[in-house]
Design a protein around this ligand. Structure first.
Ligand SMILES: [Zn+2]
Length: 327
């Protein structure tokens, strides 16, 4: 009997020890997991962003919208809610964040949307201060503006003469790149059906022609004025062979064209044929040009539709949809 009791006691003792070990294990496990979770959370961007002053909501927005490199840039700078505002801009480009903030400091009377547009298109720089080479492999999507230039030698090989039925000047004065020419003819027909008669006033110009136009204007008006209305050689879209300056038979004067019904028709329909108004009203701060209701650029119908629907300039389209999105 006594041995059985002893055994029972021993068993009881063993159970207590086991139970004790179990409790200790579970508790340390719970605390361990909690500690580990805390430790892990402290490694997250969310914790780090909140730690430097962002709200949970803003931290979540930052994480969901930008890549690691940009988050690290944000973490290495003081908390700034402006960053979140920029990130939420429609045409926000990550690599430009630092420039948006710097430009905002200088130009804080501009809206954030305008700052994004200007930085994206390099228009935060002085004209011709920074220049890049136009990527001619992009064909009808190549960009030529105050910051992107074609070299002296660039000349399209496949130019077609525009008939004197649709253009002023002499035979051979007006030319377009063949595929732009074909679309121009489609546009011409559609306009004609709607009761308008388009007339081309200028189109392809080579480097030297642009050089003499610019120099003439510079001599007459000075460099500043000349830069507002004429492109420097290499910086003119006319050198691409993708541009028509046009008015109509009934409203032949370029400067009056913006008041015409033909112009209104073009504004609503030209994009269907791949043509866009290149220097629209109210966008001089981006394009660098006073409005030119007569200057139409072929970019292809897909790009033209986006530009028309989103009411952006080609410069903005190029920055966001080609340079940034296609990377
Ligand atoms: Zn023009």
């Amino acid at each position: 009997m006594a041995t059985i009791k002893k055994k029972k006691l021993k068993l009881k003792k063993g159970a207590y020890i086991l139970f004790g070990i179990l409790i200790v294990t579970i508790t340390s496990l719970i605390f361990g997991i909690k500690y580990y979770k805390d430790y892990k959370y402290k490694q997250t961007y969310e914790y780090k962003l909140i730690n430097i002053g962002y709200s949970i909501d803003n931290a979540k927005q930052i994480i969901s919208k930008v890549n690691d490199e940009t988050i690290n840039y944000i973490l290495n700078n003081p908390q700034n809610d402006l960053i979140v505002d920029f990130i939420n801009e429609k045409y926000f480009i990550e690599n430009n964040l630092d420039n948006y903030l710097k430009f905002f400091e200088k130009q804080n009377d501009e809206t954030l949307t305008d700052i994004v547009a200007m930085v994206n298109t390099h228009a935060n720089n002085k004209w011709y201060e920074v220049t890049f080479n136009t990527d001619i492999n992009l064909k009808e999507k190549m960009i030529v503006n105050k910051f992107y230039a074609l070299n002296k030698e660039y000349a399209p090989t496949d130019l077609k003469n525009i008939s004197l039925d649709y253009s002023y000047g002499n035979e051979g004065d007006n030319k377009l790149l063949s595929y732009a020419y074909d679309e121009f003819m489609n546009l011409w027909q559609a306009a004609n059906k709607a009761g308008f008669y388009l007339m081309v006033t200028s189109s392809y110009r080579n480097y030297e022609e642009q050089e003499s136009i610019y120099n003439e204007r510079k001599e007459a008006q000075g460099e500043r004025k000349a830069d507002q209305t004429a492109a420097r050689p290499g910086h003119s879209e006319h050198q691409t062979g993708l541009v028509v300056d046009m008015t109509s038979k009934s409203e032949p004067i370029e400067s009056d064209f913006k008041e015409s019904k033909t112009y209104n028709w073009l504004k609503e329909n030209a994009y269907k044929y791949g043509f866009i108004e290149r220097y629209p009203e109210g966008k001089t701060y981006i394009t660098g040009y006073e409005p030119e209701s007569w200057h139409w650029r072929y970019v292809g119908s897909e790009a033209a539709k986006v530009i028309h629907d989103e009411n952006i300039t080609y410069d903005e389209y190029y920055a966001y949809y080609i340079e940034y999105k296609n990377k």
